[in-house]
Design a protein around this ligand. Structure first.
Ligand code: ABN
Length: 179
């Protein structure tokens, strides 16, 4: 291995003679500055961040889309949306009639920051709509508190007991109770 040692010794001595310490430091500095400038402009994959932003924007839109389960008034709705079944947010589709009894929920409107009392009425008659089935249960309680229980057919008091879909009408603003 003598030749190996000799080879590197000669090389190192030549390098030490031709490259001054100052120029070595200058080269190192150039390398560091180059890296600092280049790194931020390299084409990193930022698709993940863009997808996350798009998802958040879509979720926000859905809170104002009355054909989506995420619509703000549906926070305690269990059933099929009448807006997908030929009706509107507060009126039953033709050929069905609004339930005589109902359940209520309190939902937060993200547009004005207020809470609203929502009356969920089932629409009765015909066959079950079966479109846009949703199930949100904010403030919902079991059957022993009927007024805030949603998992029941509220067409029970109508001439036709068959369930079609559910509407969500605003009844008023919710008041905060003290204590
Ligand atoms: N209130 C909606 C509904 C209807 C039938 C069965 C369960 C829930």
């Amino acid at each position: 291995m003598q030749w190996f040692d000799n080879f590197f010794e000669t090389r190192s001595r030549r390098a030490a003679q031709s490259i001054s310490r100052r120029s070595a430091v200058a080269r190192l500095g150039k390398m560091l500055v180059g890296t600092a400038i280049l790194l931020p402009v390299l084409p990193f994959d930022r698709v993940g961040r863009a997808i996350a932003a798009e998802k958040a924007a879509k979720a926000k839109d859905k809170r104002n889309d009355d054909t989506a389960c995420e619509y703000w008034r549906y926070c305690a709705l269990d059933g099929f949306l009448c807006t997908c079944c030929g009706g509107t947010i507060s009126s039953c589709p033709p050929g069905t009639e609004v339930s005589k009894v109902t359940w209520v929920g309190t939902c937060h409107n993200p547009n004005d920051g207020k809470d609203y009392l929502i009356s969920y009425n089932d629409c009765c008659g015909g066959v079950t709509c079966n479109r846009c089935g949703c199930n949100f249960n904010e403030g919902e309680r079991p059957g022993y508190r009927m007024g805030v229980h949603n998992d029941i057919n509220w067409c029970m008091a109508n001439s036709s007991n068959s369930y079609h879909c559910t509407v969500a009408a605003v009844v008023g603003t919710a008041e905060k109770t003290k204590g």
